[in-house]
Design a protein around this ligand. Sequence first.
Ligand code: HEM
Length: 106
Amino acid sequence: SKANATNGAKLFKTRCAQCHTCDKDGGNKVGPNLHGLFGRKSGQVSGFTYTAANQNKGVIWKEDTLFDYLENPKKYIPGTKMAFAGFKKEQDRNDVIAYLKESTAK
Ligand code: HEM
């Protein structure tokens, strides 16, 4: 069913926010800052030390690539250091992506 950005915000807070910020001035934490994520190539945040695997993935982050990545990050990017098992439920992925689209927009 339809993506629910409000539920996505809840998911982000509980599952992602310990490692990521979405704000322009949020900075890098354990994971890279996600501001401006949509339309950006993987591995481009300055001042963040990525794995070569993430850096060299060469995808543009947008709905479809994030949908595949967030199901199983270690399968989509073998060798990534992102410690997140993934969302098995499509609805969860769609909800968090809807939230990311709003909250990371420039
Ligand atoms: C990388 C999103 C959970 C740590 C990334 C990237 C995205 C992302 C889109 C790629 C960024 C880029 O290429 O610039 C998310 C979302 C999460 C989540 C939406 C929740 C559903 C986490 C958690 C951690 C984490 C819980 C820490 C325990 C990292 C790290 C990287 C990364 C370290 C860089 C990976 C590497 O260089 O191999 N994340 N993340 N993330 N994330 Fe997450």
